[in-house]
Ligand binder design. Structure first.
Ligand SMILES: [Zn+2]
Ligand SMILES: [Zn+2]
Length: 302
C-alpha cells in the first residue's frame, strides 16, 4: 500500500468495497510525512503487523509529527530531573521532621549521571519497542530515493519529487511485466520525474487545483502561494501540459488524483486532461479515471 492517509477503518472499508482483502497487504510505503498521507499509518501497520518503508528523513519527520509533546530538549530534560529531585528531597525532609525513618532518597545524583542516555531527538536508527509509544511500528525499513528495492514480487523505484516535505518521493512499481507510476504532491514535473514516467501502464498523476479557483478561493494568501509554488501541488493545467507534451502515451489507464476539495472540480480536472489527450491521436486509447476523496475506484485488472 502506498501511503495511509485515511483512518485504518476507512482504508479497510474502501479496500473491501473494491474487492480487496486488507489482510493481503505486505507493507506500506510512504511518499512523505504530510498528514493526508500518514493519518492512518501506525494503526494500519500495527493491525496488520506489517513493515513501513520510509526514507530516513521522512521517518524522522513523521516521528516529530507524531510525538509533538513528548519532545524535550536536553536542557528541558535536565531541568525536569532537577525539579523532581527537589520535590523528592522536600518530601524526605518533611518525613524526617515528622520523625519517620524513610529510606534515604539517593536517586538525585544518579539521575544526573544517567543523563547522556536520554537523547534530545527520538532514536530513529532502531525502531522503538514499546507499544505505548505512538511512533512504535512493527518494523521500519529505510529506502533511498533513486535506489530501487523489492517487496515480495514488486520492484519499487522511488524518485525525488519537488514538494515541501522532508524527503518526498514518487514511485514506479514494477510487477508481472507491468509498470505503475505514482506522482502526486509535486509543484511541477522536473526532468527526473518525466523520465521515470516513461513506459508506464497505469499512471496515477496529481491534478490538484484549478488555477482560477485557487486564486479566487478561500485559502489565505500564504497558503495559495505555497500551493502554487515549485514545491506545492500540480494544477490541472500543469498535469494537462505534461500529458500533451512529455508524456509518451503508453498508459492504458491514467488516474487523476489528489484533487483539492476547495480549489477544484472533478469536471474541470477531467476536461483539462481530456483536452490534452485528444490533442494527440496516439493517446485516444488511454482511459481517464478520476480518484474521488470519498469513494474507492473499482479495482483495475490488466
Ligand atoms: Zn504533501
Ligand atoms: Zn498530499
Amino acid at each position: 500500500m502506498i501511503d495511509a492517509g485515511l483512518s485504518c477503518r476507512e482504508l479497510f472499508r474502501r479496500m473491501q468495497l473494491a474487492g480487496e482483502d486488507p489482510g493481503t497487504l505486505d507493507a506500506i510505503v510512504v511518499t512523505h510525512e504530510h498528514q493526508d498521507h500518514v493519518n492512518g499509518l501506525s494503526v494500519t501497520a500495527r493491525k496488520l503487523d506489517i513493515p513501513v518503508y520510509f526514507t530516513e528523513a521522512t521517518h524522522r519527520a513523521w516521528m516529530r509529527w507524531i510525538l509533538p509533546r513528548r519532545q524535550m530538549t536536553y536542557a528541558e530534560w535536565l531541568e525536569r530531573c532537577r525539579q523532581q529531585a527537589a520535590e523528592r528531597q522536600a518530601e524526605a525532609d518533611a518525613s524526617a521532621e515528622e520523625g519517620q525513618q524513610d529510606e534515604p532518597e539517593t536517586e538525585s545524583a544518579e539521575v544526573a549521571a544517567a543523563a547522556p542516555e536520554t537523547p534530545a531527538e527520538p532514536v530513529t536508527d532502531r525502531p522503538p519497542t514499546r507499544k505505548e509509544d505512538p511512533s512504535w511500528l512493527p518494523a521500519v525499513e529505510y529506502f533511498e530515493s533513486g535506489k530501487p528495492f523489492r517487496i515480495g514480487d514488486i520492484d519499487v523505484s522511488p524518485f525525488t519529487i519537488p514538494h515541501d516535505a522532508a524527503d518526498p518521493v514518487g514511485f514506479v512499481l514494477q510487477t508481472e511485466g507491468l509498470r505503475l507510476g505514482f506522482a502526486t504532491d509535486l509543484g511541477y514535473i522536473p526532468p527526473n520525474v518525466k523520465s521515470q514516467l516513461k513506459n508506464i501502464n497505469l499512471l496515477l498523476l496529481e491534478s490538484n487545483h484549478d488555477l482560477e479557483m485557487l486564486r479566487d478561493g478561500p485559502y489565505p494568501w500564504s497558503v495559495k502561494q505555497r500551493v502554487l509554488s515549485r514545491v506545492g501541488h500540480l494544477s490541472n493545467d500543469a498535469a494537462a501540459e505534461f500529458l500533451s507534451t512529455d508524456y509518451d502515451g503508453q498508459a492504458a489507464y491514467i488516474i487523476l488524483a489528489h484533487l483539492s476539495e476547495n480549489n477544484n472540480l472533478p469536471e474541470l480536472a477531467r476536461v483539462a486532461a481530456d483536452r490534452a489527450l485528444s490533442s494527440r491521436a496516439s493517446l485516444l486509447s488511454n482511459r481517464l479515471l478520476l480518484a474521488s476523496q470519498h469513494e474507492p475506484l473499482e479495482a483495475i485488472a490488466f
